[in-house]
Design a protein around this ligand. Structure first.
Ligand SMILES: [Zn+2]
Length: 315
């Protein structure tokens, strides 16, 4: 229902539609930073050269000289989050997912993305994207996810190719760390649903519900391609998003770590708090963090008495 942003917006329960605004300490500088100042701060923390080759990051819309008093942090640039940012008085949106990933030959307002572009330009709101360059950074997207579980001794799950621009100490996609206390997979699944931002999808897990988890690997977003690395790293379980039947089943059959499949948005939303805190600290601007669940899944139902499948039960 992307064509009707307000319809979806008003259907949200009040707790999910809330837009927390954090007010910074009194600005120490007389004039607000410009779009160029914000870009410089973000490019330092998330250098565009660290992004994957296929990725498209950095400033997408905006004039460098425009003053920025308030920044909205979102995972997805969709009509709903843009309206949230505009309503909050943001001058700049920092997003995780690129709005324009593939080549475009038109941003006419007759197209879905073109309408978003027009809305932002007419409101004089700039857009900046930090995607795989924020995934690989230290601290990066998965550090914020790991923090939700209190993981310690963090190390990267997937390291950049040696000699590539992103290669460096502590950098890489995903993190592995030790749990504050071991718990079974069933307990960890319930725990994950409680500590991650709430979504209709929730969290599902694959593997023996009684398996003890001491070492946990996490990767914000689609972590399908890091299953072998989670196995090689000796993780007891791997939490990510967008897992599929065949890769998950074959991974488990080969003795790999248990899998937890969370909502994509919920695995990346924790990073927005870290991003906003950094922008406040560096620039003295106000920040707004969107808690609007942009995951496409909106309904979830568990069959009665089937929250787990155990070998002694018919199935
Ligand atoms: Zn993502």
């Amino acid at each position: 229902m992307r064509g009707d942003p307000w319809g979806r917006w008003f259907r949200l329960p009040p707790d999910r539609a809330r837009t927390p605004v954090s007010w910074p300490a009194v600005s120490t500088t007389g004039s607000p930073p410009t779009v160029a100042d914000v870009v410089a701060v973000l490019d330092r923390r998330y250098p565009p050269a660290w992004a994957e080759e296929w990725d498209r990051v950095g400033l997408v819309l905006g004039e460098p000289g425009t003053p920025v008093r308030r920044i909205a942090c979102v995972v997805d640039v969709v009509p709903e989050t843009v309206e949230q940012a505009l309503a909050a008085g943001a001058d700049l949106i920092v997003a995780h997912h690129p709005l324009l990933l593939r080549g475009v030959s038109s941003v006419a307002a007759t197209t879905y993305k073109g309408r978003i572009v027009h809305r932002m330009i007419k409101a004089d709101v700039a857009l900046y994207v930090a995607h795989t360059n924020a995934d690989v950074a230290d601290p990066g997207v998965s550090d914020a996810l790991a923090a939700r579980f209190g993981l310690t001794g963090l190390r990267p799950l997937h390291r950049p190719r040696p000699g590539s621009p992103a290669d460096g100490p502590g950098r890489g996609i995903g993190r592995i760390g030790e749990m504050p206390a071991p718990m079974t997979l069933a307990e960890l699944t319930r725990h994950a649903a409680a500590v991650l931002p709430a979504t209709a999808w929730g969290v599902r897990a694959a593997g023996d519900p009684g398996r003890m988890v001491r070492t946990l690997a996490v990767s914000g977003g689609s972590g399908d391609s890091f299953l072998a690395e989670a196995t090689a790293a000796g993780a007891d379980a791997f939490l990510t998003a967008d897992l599929r039947h065949h890769p998950a089943g074959e991974h488990l059959a080969a003795g790999g770590p248990a899998l937890l499949d969370a909502a994509h948005w919920a695995t990346e939303r924790p990073w927005l708090d870290d991003l906003a805190a950094h922008l406040r600290d560096e620039l003295g601007v106000e920040t707004v963090v969107s808690d609007l669940d942009t995951d496409p899944w909106t309904v979830h139902a568990a069959a009665p008495d089937r929250t787990t499948r155990s070998p002694d039960r018919e199935g």
